[in-house]
Design a protein around this ligand. Structure first.
Ligand SMILES: C[S@@+](CC[C@H](N)C(=O)[O-])C[C@H]1O[C@@H](n2cnc3c(N)ncnc32)[C@H](O)[C@@H]1O
Length: 456
């Protein structure tokens, strides 16, 4: 049976945008039917042309805004609409923060069934630009020319980019210089379709507080023509560089880094600090990409942990041990668990650099290691979880409720899985006190939250 929908392709409609989907696209109802229109702002009444009709929704292209909207701003980046990196540059920063808070509230209500939870206003940045400490730019070839930029949203076509407004200017300069030197010295750009050519990606990491910079050239093989001259000229023109690394990736893959690193010049790691804790960062290290907001996030965790110096704490999904070490000074014993062995190696180095001997880091799946710790009699006062987007496994949540910590702090990059897991925890005797969202990724739809749960 053919279902009658109120719109068809090519039709021009006028309707109101009432919300924003998780991918940043504006959404509203037209005669009860859901229509998504990119680059719109909730509250706007728009004229739009339907370009795609699906079973339960349609997608439209905006033609005009019928009611002027004060929260619409001119995107600062000239390639905002082509590049897949940012979704919200057309919306004032104040409104971006309000939308992110709403996203957390909606998920807690819809998925978790939580009504009237205290969700604070999002902690945003004073200057919500140029915040990234890690930049990864694909290099490619277009019409015989070397190009460096970002992929068009949903594709592998490189959109040429001179600068990116959410990464530091020095990183943009470094990428431009590498591209220029590669062209001059015969280091050919990688052709993804033919799997030929040398230079695949340039990665730049910066220590925002230390000003140290690492440049990583990701190459399709060991060969790097005119290597000596390349290193010399890069070093001469870029005194900020502390570390130059060649990473070899010969696989046909979307994964940027290969396994092997070769130090071309300088040190194998750079350093940065969050608060007073110093961290060593290598090409493969997971390190939060917005260091200013990382401190805001970790301070919130510290506040919720309310440590007196006597507590035993667990940092589950600890990465390179950043939260564990940030809190270590206020705890009597610290445990950290993480699935990536290299991250735990970094965590142990970071514990040593900071002189902490009361921390224990273990490699493994948190959902396996935590039940074992419980069996071994580890009873923490505070547990912090910071899982990936898919959230926590039930085995891990059961281990936590078995350990009965007084405080449980859930750091989440996905409000949907946060709501699901907190609902489960609430059924097991934990009470959701409050949630503090933090904006780690201005201009994008991502939102990070810190939730405090206490044992009833
Ligand atoms: C969102 S990151 C948090 C890292 C760290 N807390 C930080 O702030 O830098 C999530 C971490 O969980 C790790 N991970 C993913 N699945 C895991 C699992 N089943 N058990 C333990 N760690 C896991 C990832 O490798 C990643 O380092």
């Amino acid at each position: 049976m053919k279902i009658k929908r109120p719109v068809e392709t090519g039709q021009v409609i006028v309707y109101e945008i009432t919300g924003i989907a998780h991918n940043g696209v504006g959404v509203g109802k037209y005669q009860g039917f859901t229509v998504f229109t990119p680059y719109t702002v909730p509250g706007e009444r728009i004229k739009a042309e339907i370009i795609q009709v699906k079973k339960n929704y349609a997608v439209a292209k905006m033609l005009d805004v019928e009611n002027g909207h004060s929260q619409r701003v001119n995107p600062s980046c000239p390639i905002f609409k082509e590049c897949g990196g940012c979704q919200l540059q057309h919306i004032s920063y104040e409104t971006q923060l309000a939308l992110k808070r709403q996203q957390v509230v909606d998920n807690l209500e819809r998925i978790g069934g939580f009504k009237n939870v205290l969700v604070h206003p999002v902690l945003g940045m004073k200057e919500p630009w140029r915040y990234r400490n890690k930049v990864q730019v694909p290099i490619g070839i277009q019409n015989g020319r070397t190009v460096a930029g970002f992929y068009r949203a949903g594709s592998h076509e490189i959109i040429e980019m001179d600068q990116c407004l959410i990464q530091p200017e020095e990183s943009d300069q470094a990428v431009r210089l590498v591209k220029q030197l590669a062209d001059q010295l015969g280091i050919t750009p990688y052709d993804e379709k033919k799997h030929q050519g040398i230079l695949r990606h340039v990665m730049v990491r910066t220590g925002i507080h230390t000003q140290e910079m690492m440049i990583v050239l990701v190459t399709n093989g060991e060969s790097l023509p005119n290597k000596k001259e390349f290193i010399q000229r890069l070093h001469n023109s870029f005194p900020q560089m502390r570390s130059l690394i060649q990473n070899i990736n010969t696989k046909r893959t979307n994964v940027i880094l290969g396994e092997k690193n070769k130090l071309l010049w300088g040190e194998p790691v750079i350093y940065d600090h969050i608060g007073s804790v110093r961290y060593a960062i290598s090409p493969h290290s997971f390190f939060q990409i917005n260091p200013v907001q990382t401190e805001v996030l970790y301070e919130q965790v510290r506040k919720y942990a309310a440590l007196t110096g006597e507590e035993v704490i667990i940092d589950a999904y600890c990465g390179i041990g950043t939260i564990a070490l940030y809190l270590a000074e206020g705890a009597s014993q610290v445990y950290g668990v993480e699935i990536v062995p290299e991250a735990i190696r970094d965590a142990k180095v970071n514990a040593e650099i900071n002189g902490y001997t009361h921390v224990h880091f273990e490699v493994g799946a948190a959902e396996k290691v935590m039940p074992r710790w419980l069996e071994e009699g580890v009873y923490p006062d505070v547990v912090i979880v910071d899982p990936p987007r898919k959230g926590c496994q039930p085995e891990l949540l059961d281990a936590i409720t078995g350990m009965k910590p007084k405080r449980l702090i859930y750091v989440s990059c996905n409000p949907a899985t946060l709501a699901r897991d907190v609902k489960y925890l609430q059924e097991q005797g934990y009470y959701l006190q409050e949630v503090q969202p933090v904006d780690m990724f201005p201009q994008t739809m991502h939102v990070e939250s810190v939730a405090l749960l206490t044992l009833r």
